[in-house]
Design a protein around this ligand. Structure first.
Ligand SMILES: Nc1nc2c(ncn2[C@@H]2O[C@H](COP(=O)(O)OP(=O)(O)OP(=O)(O)O)[C@@H](O)[C@H]2O)c(=O)[nH]1
Ligand SMILES: [Mg+2]
Length: 390
């Protein structure tokens, strides 16, 4: 999987429900803290417009012109304040955030769970209190890793002239931090580069915080809007949270699966089948009201914002026959790749296969049949044939 995003937050906020809604995997969900202990890994989808309709074709790989591109999703155990000091389940599971390129911080907007995730009467906990601690815990986790061998490493940098960026990135490699991340952070922070062994704890934490923000950007999802007060939803929206109901999305996707309704994830409405029972209709009517108010359940919106805004990725469709938009077997628009904006056809070639990347000659834009050189910048929705030496 090219990109993975993680669901994180305090216990009992609805991470596994979000995960189930996005992946339809059967995972444990319950109203008490630490239901999830081992992380769940699954495949979720980012929603985009399939190019086939505009080409007056029907590719067979989309749903009514709506294309779903797979990404990895990780549902981790709940995190409580001071987890980095071993509270709650401690910070071993923070390791599950390693592969994540971004984080959706799920917040219980209903105020029905305290800071540790224990159930309390709805509205009695202020969800704004849950906003900050997650970033802090991740920062402290990173600074913990960095500090582990800091004395020795920083002296080595000085004595042996090792590259500072490389040394720090090496130490944090497991957390998905690259030399480029370190370089950006060091430049911004203006830390005294020649004397790393003199850095204070605060400076190491400052660096860790910047590295976290660079390597694991995060958005807020205000969950349980079906029971949350309007006041709480507004408070959280003000700080940029996306209002969501993971439970509603699970219900809708399951109803779609059984054929009770037709619902395309991310739509603001659904179509009911005839012959539904009164109870079903009533439940659906409630969901419809909620969806009308917020433009949907918010789950797909969270995934899309994470992938397209936070990570700034684009979707590109490689094909082998640029006239039919197919692979060798005749499958139309068989694959969709997520690439960083600014990627070139050669980057795409390397993503398909190292050999194709190495043998890259040129690419063809399947829409215009124009040749694209290796420096050409790809756009979202491009359909591209790669020509490489065999
Ligand atoms: N009303 C409402 N309840 C929800 C929603 N999403 C989740 N819940 C409930 O919140 C409780 C916790 O859900 P989980 O998905 O298990 O939460 P979690 O964050 O994975 O919890 P841990 O694994 O313990 O950290 C369950 O009782 C869910 O049914 C929602 O959108 N609305
Ligand atoms: Mg869980």
């Amino acid at each position: 999987m090219s990109v993975s995003i993680a669901l994180a937050g305090k216990p009992n906020c609805g991470k596994s429900t979000f995960f189930k809604a996005a992946t339809l995997a059967n995972v444990e969900i319950a109203n008490y803290p630490f239901t999830t202990i081992d992380a769940n890994h699954g495949v979720a989808y980012v929603r985009t417009t399939c190019p086939c309709r505009e080409l007056k074709l029907n590719c067979g790989n989309c749903r009514d012109g709506v294309r779903f591109v797979p990404i990895g999703m990780i549902d981790v155990a709940g995190l409580v304040p001071d987890a980095h000091k071993g509270r709650g389940l401690g910070n071993a599971f923070l390791d599950n955030l390693r592969q994540a390129k971004a984080i959706i911080h799920v917040i219980d907007a209903s105020g029905g769970t305290d800071i540790e995730g224990a159930p309390v009467p709805v509205g009695s906990h202020n969800p704004l209190e849950d906003i900050k601690f997650l970033e802090h815990e991740i920062t402290m986790w990173l600074s913990g890793i960095l500090k582990r061998n800091w004395e020795r490493l920083s002296r080595k940098v000085q004595a042996e002239g090792l590259k500072l960026e490389e040394t720090i990135a090496g130490q944090l490699e497991g957390a998905g931090i690259t030399e480029a991340h370190v370089k950006t952070a060091l430049t911004r922070l203006k830390l005294p580069r020649d004397k790393p062994h003199m850095w204070t704890d605060e400076q190491i934490i400052e660096l860790s915080d910047m590295l976290r923000a660079e390597s694991k950007p995060l958005i807020f999802a205000a969950n349980k809007i079906d029971v949350a007060s309007q006041e709480n939803i507004e408070r959280l929206s003000k700080v940029g949270a996306i209002p969501i109901s993971a439970a509603a999305e699970v219900a809708l996707r399951l109803a779609d699966k059984t054929g009770a309704i037709k619902y395309i994830p991310g739509d603001a409405d659904f179509v009911e089948s005839p012959n539904l029972s009164g109870v079903q209709k009533e439940a659906l009517a409630k969901m419809r009201t909620l969806m009308k108010k917020y433009g949907g359940t918010g789950i797909q919106k969270c995934i899309n914002e994470t992938v397209f805004k936070l990570l700034d990725l684009i979707v590109v469709y490689p094909v082998e026959d640029e006239n039919r938009f197919t692979d060798k077997k005749g499958n139309m628009l068989p694959d969709a790749f997520l690439l960083k904006r600014g990627s070139t056809p050669k980057d795409l070639a390397f993503m398909i296969h190292t050999d194709i990347g190495k043998g890259f000659l040129y690419a063809v834009d399947a829409r215009t049949k124009m040749r694209l050189g290796e420096k050409h910048e790809l756009k979202n929705g491009d359909i591209v044939k790669i020509v490489a030496v065999k």
